[in-house]
Design a protein around this ligand. Structure first.
Ligand code: RIB
Ligand code: CA
Length: 304
């Protein structure tokens, strides 16, 4: 019997988040207990609407969605309409029937971590505000959670927002420092590996045109390239984080303690690793072609 992973996905959909969510929902080994939403790519209202509508579109309105943070621990989110489109997705989706659950994200994460002690994986695809708030409110979460797979950071490579910082970490550096220093086991899937895994326009033809999810994937990516005629690469950051949760063997890791710059404005969001010991597994290399093939295979599976 293959072990099933109990997961909650914290997300700011987001074009690549949407692909990652479709992969996760279709993965036989992943039991997606629920989603928590966070601002980042777009406002919390938009990312929450996008999450609900995506689940509805996929026939997965049964998956609970808990609304999270509309702003970081300090300051405000820097949305990315230029990248993901004004509403956070490059396509419009039909209205959802279901709404959010009555529990806010930090309390929802605490309740899941407590109910599934030692079993819960958090897959974090946006700023880490919700996870940090859960740990701040109930520090035992850091012991209860099995691991946090984080899409974020730029440890040995330049950032994608500033030369120092990757988008998710830049949007809440204080939350990242709380999470990385809490002792909770973290797998850090940053630009160090994400830069090597991407789609080009010709890859759209590798996606399934005979299913609702496959067609949506093709629409999202085609619309993204239409929004970015100057780009040749659609980055698969969030899909790679889901792939890491299911196929950690696709990457190599270095054990580290990681600190995040949360005060020096010139280096805000910089993630610095001290290697040798610590709670963070920094993904330092990836078998890029194999990871891309695995992502395509996961995208082509029908949502359960
Ligand atoms: O830097 C890439 C990350 O920022 C991805 O999670 C993308 O969705 C954006 O949130
Ligand atoms: Ca994201």
């Amino acid at each position: 019997m293959v072990d099933t992973i109990k997961a909650v996905i914290d997300t700011d959909p987001g074009a690549d988040d949407a692909l990652a969510l479709m992969m996760a929902l279709a993965a036989p080994r992943l039991n997606v207990l629920g989603l928590t939403t966070v601002g980042g790519n777009a406002s919390l209202a938009n990312t929450t609407r996008n999450a609900l509508r995506l689940l509805h579109y996929l026939g997965r309105g049964d998956v609970p969605v808990s609304r999270g943070a509309g702003r970081p621990l300090e300051g405000a989110f820097q949305y990315a309409p230029y990248y993901h489109g004004r509403g956070g997705l490059t396509v419009r989706l039909p209205r959802a029937d279901a709404g959010v659950v009555g529990v806010r994200a930090a309390d929802y994460l605490i309740s899941l971590a407590s109910a599934f002690r030692g079993e819960l994986t958090i897959i974090a695809l946006g700023p880490l505000t919700n996870v940090a708030r859960a740990i701040d409110k109930e520090p035992r979460v850091a012991r209860w959670v099995k691991d946090v797979v984080v899409m974020g950071g730029a440890v040995e490579v330049p950032g994608n927002v500033t030369p120092h910082a990757e988008f998710n970490i830049f949007n809440d550096p204080k939350a990242a420092d709380v999470v990385f220093c809490s002792g909770v086991p973290v797998t850090l899937v940053g630009l160090d590996v994400c830069n090597d895994v991407y789609f080009e326009t010709r890859d759209i033809d590798l996606l399934d045109s005979s299913t609702a999810s496959g067609n949506l994937q093709r629409r999202i990516i085609s619309a993204w390239f239409a929004l970015h005629p100057e780009s040749e690469r659609f980055s698969l950051c969030d899909p790679l984080a889901v792939a890491a949760a299911l196929r950690p063997d696709l990457m190599t890791y270095r054990t580290a303690s990681v600190r995040t710059e949360a005060t020096d404005q010139a280096r805000l969001g910089k993630t610095t690793a001290s290697y040798g010991s610590g709670p963070v597994k920094v993904a330092s290399a990836v078998r890029a072609e194999e990871a891309k093939s695995e992502i395509i295979a996961m995208l082509r599976r029908h949502p359960a």
